[in-house]
Design a protein around this ligand. Structure first.
Ligand code: MG
Length: 283
């Protein structure tokens, strides 16, 4: 739909999420050590953003700031160039618990700006909570990645940029393929791309596809000049029958697509430059 892009493509790896377990795929990293190792391997394969959730030892999702702190400290030690993005998603806590790790000042954090249905529940993001999370991110210098689960969320992000609740240089991700929410639909994707360009010209963008939609949406993003998200959070399979052996294998699949469509893969320095992230020592 648009001219081919030659801008370096930033690959984000969503390593763990809050749903997949070892029973779904033994490669899902749960312990901090496993998460750090998976990030390192993914970084070496070409990923430069790690989207991170944390789990308790029994695999249940948690928003425990101490666990996030341990993960961040270990990533900074062992994988210092990786851009760290924490999830403030709703499966790991309720209300403001979800933003309890923002004082740790990760480079980025995910932010849902509206509600929708998820496979078995309502994904609730009240206006009060959305505004509070956005304010916390502003206060701690954390770059929001807006996760748009619906086209309405794209408009809401634009409204929040316009009235100053969000910075103009947000990263925005269109999430497709969550059961009961937005399906993987090409027309909706194209509408998202056009609307982002029209209403959020200062924003960088990517999209995520769930399950078998992951590789489909990866290709759409690469061809239309967006950035890419992959990883076991969204999809535990390489194809319909084969479990992915690692997050790095899914990253390698994305870099293969970049090569096929002549998009260079962004280095860590290029990713920071495209996202206009400052390098900083955090604490
Ligand atoms: Mg997530």
């Amino acid at each position: 739909m648009s001219k081919p892009s030659t801008e370096p493509c930033i690959i984000c790896v969503a390593i763990t999420g809050s749903l997949p377990t070892k029973e779904n795929n033994p490669a899902v990293p749960i312990s901090i050590d496993e998460q750090v190792e998976s990030c390192q391997q993914s970084f070496e394969a070409g990923a430069t953003i790690a989207h991170c959730h944390v789990r308790n030892d029994d695999q249940s999702p948690t928003s425990d700031p101490d666990r996030f702190m341990r993960l961040k400290e270990n990533l900074e030690r062992h994988c210092p160039d990786m851009i760290i993005q924490f999830s403030t998603g709703g499966r790991s806590g309720a209300g403001r618990e979800r933003g309890g790790m923002l004082p740790l000042r990760p480079h980025m954090a995910s932010l849902s700006v509206g509600s929708c249905n998820f496979p078995t529940r309502v994904y609730e993001n009240s206006p009060e909570l959305v505004d509070w999370l956005a304010e916390e991110m502003r206060g701690y210098g954390v770059r929001p990645e807006v996760e748009a689960f619906d086209l309405g969320h794209v408009y809401q992000a634009a409204t929040m940029v316009e009235d100053g609740r969000l910075p103009s240089n947000i990263h925005i991700q269109f999430v497709m393929g969550v059961k009961n929410a937005m399906p993987v639909d090409r027309e909706a994707f194209e509408f998202f791309v056009r609307t982002r360009e029209r209403l959020l010209p200062g924003a960088t963008w990517c999209a995520a596809g769930i399950g078998a939609g992951q590789v489909v949406v990866n290709e759409w993003c690469i061809r239309e000049g967006g950035h890419v998200r992959t990883g076991l959070e969204d999809n535990v399979r390489l194809d319909r029958t084969t479990l992915a052996p690692s997050n790095a294998a899914l990253v390698e699949r994305a870099t293969g697509l970049c090569e096929r469509f002549d998009r260079p893969v962004a280095t860590a320095a290029e990713a920071r430059s495209i996202l206009k992230l400052k390098r900083r020592q955090t604490g």
